[in-house]
Ligand binder design. Structure first.
Ligand SMILES: *[C@@H]1O[C@H](CO)[C@@H](O)[C@H](O)[C@H]1NC(C)=O
Ligand SMILES: *[C@@H]1O[C@H](CO)[C@@H](O)[C@H](O)[C@H]1NC(C)=O
Ligand SMILES: *[C@@H]1O[C@H](CO)[C@@H](O)[C@H](O)[C@H]1NC(C)=O
Length: 203
């Protein structure tokens, strides 16, 4: 009897964990996302820290998960904060956002990325750094006020560029933000700020 139970338990513990994870705070954690070894699919690891869901970047920075759309295999993380007095993103010291290329997540093509406090040589790149760039509107709202008057640019994160990185550095651009599916006619404080990530299906 004891032996049978022991064998059964051993079998169960070697079966793939297929159940969805429990809620984190008030957010549902849909499969395959996984907040622990005993639920979800461990390749899709995210973190439940003090009741808040977070995504961990390759250099070890946690980004708050704002929303998840399991049907579209997408989630949105909060862009890093930008200083009030300096135009520095909070992840500047690690070079911005970088995803581990061995994991099944990438940065989706619906993000409009804005870069701030760029050095002049950015003007040689195909970014939109004109006086009508969306980044000028962001500078006018409170969150972007630390970057007011700096050289800034925007670009659509399309498939022609790396899908695992948004880079900032001292001597390049020192801050960034991102808007999902930008609505040019809406005011900048009504935009959907976030970085949309997508994952490959586990099947
Ligand atoms: C812009 O970045 C440079 C370094 O590239 C830094 O010296 C300067 O303080 C930054 N400006 C602001 C407003 O943060
Ligand atoms: C830059 O972006 C703005 C806003 O989308 C657009 O009106 C303008 O034509 C763009 N300029 C260039 C040079 O692409
Ligand atoms: C990102 O991942 C999705 C889902 O696997 C894939 O369809 C898409 O081509 C990837 N995008 C890039 C730019 O690699």
């Amino acid at each position: 009897m004891f032996l049978q139970v022991a064998v059964l338990l051993t079998l169960l513990s070697h079966m793939p964990a297929l159940d969805a994870c429990p809620k984190c705070g008030n957010m549902v954690v849909p499969y395959p996302l996984s907040t622990g070894d005993d639920c979800g699919n461990p390749r899709y690891r995210i973190y439940c820290n003090n009741g808040a869901l977070e995504f961990l970047s390759a250099p070890g920075i946690y980004y708050r998960i704002l929303s998840i759309n399991p049907g579209a295999y997408k989630l949105v993380i909060r862009p890093p904060l930008i200083g009030k007095n300096t135009c520095y993103s909070s992840d500047l010291s690690v070079g911005g956002l970088r995803l581990d290329e061995n994991l099944p997540f990438n940065i989706s093509v619906r993000n409009t990325v804005m870069l701030f406090n760029c050095s002049d040589n950015i003007l040689l790149s195909p970014l939109n750094c004109s006086s009508t760039s969306y980044c000028r509107q962001y500078e006018e709202i409170e969150e972007g006020s630390g970057c007011k008057g700096t050289l800034c640019c925007h670009f659509l994160k399309d498939s022609s560029m790396t899908s695992h990185r948004i880079r900032v550095r001292v001597g390049g651009c020192t801050a960034y933000t991102s808007v999902v599916d930008v609505k040019p006619k809406d005011p900048a404080d009504a935009w959907n700020y976030g970085i949309e990530l997508q994952w490959t299906s586990p099947y």
